[in-house]
Design a protein around this ligand. Sequence first.
Ligand SMILES: [Zn+2]
Length: 362
Amino acid sequence: MTGDVNAVAGGLLRDLAFVQTSPQKTFGYKRAASAVLSLERPLTELRLGDGTLTRIPGIGPASSRVILELLDTGISQTVERAVEHSGRSEEIRTRRNLRTHFLSRAAVVGVLADPARAGPKAADYRGDLQMHSEWSDGSPTLDEIVEACVARGYRFAAVTDHSYGLKIAGGMSMAAAAEQWAVIDRLNEATGDRFRLIRGIEANIGSDGQLDLSSEEAAQFELVLAAPHSRLRKNDDQTGRLLAAIRTPHVHVLAHPRGRISGSRAGVIAQWDDVFAEAARHGVAIEIDGDPARQDVDYTLAARALASGCLFALDSDAHTTHQLRYADIALAHARLAAIPPERIVNCWPTDRLLSWLAQRSG
Ligand SMILES: [Zn+2]
């Protein structure tokens, strides 16, 4: 994906934020970067007749100048000079390398609206399979989640709070999980055929590839996501760790497989084609996580997973109901990778999804 001018501008503003010595200026440029990255339209469409930029909330005059330099010349001398001056060129280079294949909101909107693209359309997407509630590190109640998902036209959604091994994210004990299931059952009774809330869990993959749930515990959830949350800044190959997680009974989805974070963390290093081949063999779906800072796996790796024969899960990883829109980002990556809806479990009818889940839990 080339020509995501908002992603480039957002990155330059982040670089500028990084090299400031005043916390106030750092804050200002960071805010401007976020504003640019969440614009619905490309910056090229936001210039006025006199060449200046439309007023955009969160973007001050200094950030505006950087954006106009970029639009006019393809680079920003202001940013390059500031980086050189700071003596932190090496760190900036590293950070830039860690921003590849991330899409801005405007690019996502463009990809979703482009009829020439193959892959899933927004209308094919029937429900979201990773989100967090107040039962772990999310903010919404389960009632709020159901209401928001129904409002988005979903037929199902999985609530996937963290399991007890991940203390830092308020991991849920099995006793708490049992209480959560009772609430989920009540909600499902109320929504009937219109909507189905799925009892999920985001299990943590330990450094040896073992989950933080026993096999008996995992079997009690309808959906088990397995995800790495540690050893994400190591340079050693961790293919074996991911293969072990994939081979674990009751796992349905390998979630945010890399654990990368835009501009700061490369995540797990692995022989991805081996990982994808094993996932395809075991029927474990590869997640495209739509959190803007994750976008994990991105469309380049997703295309390789597709070639390996994998299934996919496209999820928001929302921690608030507002963040449910991050599913759009996952959809955009799936479109860029031209994944047929047939291969995406979120695009299946509820019955088919539930029988796939049950068969793997069995
Ligand atoms: Zn996670």
